[in-house]
Design a protein around this ligand. Structure first.
Ligand code: MD6
Ligand code: FE
Length: 214
């Protein structure tokens, strides 16, 4: 890695709007046209790699449905959290859409591109418990997250479970970057707010997380 700078941003990086517990928020980074294009791209990903409800290691189906694009997809079942190079039905994951890779290039640079784009779909009532993103090999690379559709109440704490947390509203078009200190912060989604966006005709929320895995 050039000058140990996995987290340094390219000169052209956008200006963040806020830092919440060390995580960098680019509120409204994607305009409506860009959001619409990405939703179309994600529909193609889902057509090739259908959404599924993974089982947590303790045997409960997650309320969030998910799939992935890229070299690896994130997966969980009774054997635990891991990356898999195939969809549970056995096919390869589709490639990460170019419009999505562009966001990474703008905020992180092009020295190393992500090899997983996890697609999370939240219908009304879905939530995601506090967790760390720690199944990757090198935490010097950030995790970039894109919110599309209904607003969500995102919660973020520190690197130990049970410490103080802050909450931030993630809205359609917002991009959040977990870098540095915040890379291993506990975080989750308390709830989504139905009816707050018209981007997805049937409502709900899509979250994309881009990661360097290996
Ligand atoms: C979500 N996000 O926004 C869940 N992970 O639906 C995440 O789990 C997440 O937003 C790593 C980095 C940023 C995130
Ligand atoms: Fe996460």
């Amino acid at each position: 890695m050039e000058n140990q700078s996995a987290q340094s941003k390219p000169a052209s990086a956008s200006v963040p709007t806020a830092v919440v517990n060390g995580a960098t928020l680019f509120a409204g980074l994607l305009d409506t046209a860009e959001q619409v294009r990405i939703v179309e791209d994600i529909r193609r990903v889902v057509a090739a790699a259908p959404l599924f409800s993974p089982l947590t290691p303790w045997g409960k189906p997650m309320s969030v449905r998910m799939t992935s694009a890229g070299k690896y997809g994130w997966y969980t079942d009774r054997k635990g959290y891991r990356y898999s190079d195939v969809h549970p039905e056995g096919s390869d994951w589709p490639p990460i859409p170019a419009n999505v890779l562009d966001i990474w290039r703008r905020l992180v640079g092009s020295e190393r591109m992500p090899d997983c784009c996890l697609v999370n779909f939240y219908a009304e009532g879905a939530r995601m418990g506090l967790h760390q993103d720690r199944d990757e090999a090198d935490f010097r690379w950030p995790v970039l997250s894109v919110s599309l559709g209904d607003d969500a109440r995102f919660r973020i704490g520190g690197t130990t479970r049970g410490g103080p947390t802050e909450s931030v509203l993630l809205r359609s078009g917002d991009v959040l970057l977990l870098t540095g200190e915040s890379r291993l912060a506990y975080h989750g989604i308390d709830r989504i707010m139905p009816g707050t966006s018209t981007l997805l005709p049937k409502g709900g929320r899509i979250n994309l997380t881009l990661r360097v895995v290996d």
